[in-house]
Design a protein around this ligand. Sequence first.
Ligand code: F3S
Length: 396
Amino acid sequence: MDLTPLEQEMLNGKHGRAAQKSMEILVTLGEIYDASRMVPITSAQIAGVSYANLAEPGLEWLAEMAKDGRVRVLTTLNPAGMDLENWKALGIDPEFAKNQQRVIAAFARMGIITSCTCTPYLVGNLPHYGEHIAWAESSAICFANSVIGARTNREGGPSALAAALTGRTPEYGFHLDKNRQPQVTIDVTTPVQGTHQFGALGKVIGDRLQANPEWPIPYITGIPQATTDELKSFCASIATYGGTALFHMAGITPEKAVVPKKTVTVASADLAKAEKDLNDEQVSVDFVSIGCPHASIGEIRRIAELVKGKHVTKEVWITTARPTKQMADQVGYTAVIEAAGIKFACDTCCVVAPIKGRFKGLATDSAKGCYYGRGRNQFKTKHCSLEECIQEAVAK
Ligand code: F3S
């Protein structure tokens, strides 16, 4: 690879051990993927934050990097294994909590903003069109590439950290124009509305793409409009079911695309089938979870409207970024929601929190939440709109 003098210095160890190790990781990656050079990045998002995933060897590696490593660009974290402040109320084991705090402290020493969210774009880590970034978190990667038009590969935790500590990433994959063009047009012929329906659509398209690996990037038509919340749900779902890191959506994706001739359609029957697949039979719901991806302030506002003066009869969590919750605190939504018995779980999510075995039936508006609720936590799932989730939460 062609390295600039600064990159070569980092590789030689002149800027410290962490920068050197990071550059070694990036050069190795670049060589594997045939990159000819590094490209400067403006933002990083690091995954692999839960102690449940890292364990002691992962934490030791982070502590080593934190000795002299300092990030060179705006860097945020994915959800941790617990709410960093309110973990006791959410039933987290104290030993786990102690180790999770050690992980967060190591990231903080490197100058990383420990906001712990999968929606960094909602809380200030918002790149703009065409910027090169290094993000690890499938839903956020898909949102950045497809909705914002920024450019990121699917980074893993170590490569995203290496990019953050050097301010660079190897130029290959989605950083290059030639790899960002769609191969198939997917025409949606049925109306789609709400986060749950956009999640179901993500599953339909994601499943199709999985079955046709020659179409990694779809060009989607037939969606006249979509809210940010709907798009974040769609991105999470298509990334989960299709492994998709980039789609084009006519009228929404800012990047120009050559429209592929090969066209397939998604009709109402396809959406109905996806809904059927996402709903287990005879689910006895004892857990309601909203905020996968992390709830926006708009979603929290809606929940406050729906639960005002009511009381939930089940365990209900809203997973969100702490800065989003702080806005909700200020404006009074938190007080209304907590008075109804709903708990906020900031900094974490129901997939990385150690909650396996605590519940049997999950209701959620998230198609991604259903996938991991079943796969990782062995819950039965009910997939429904946010309004129906709240109805379920307050049902006697
Ligand atoms: Fe975010 Fe966790 Fe869902 S990381 S997208 S809330 S599975």
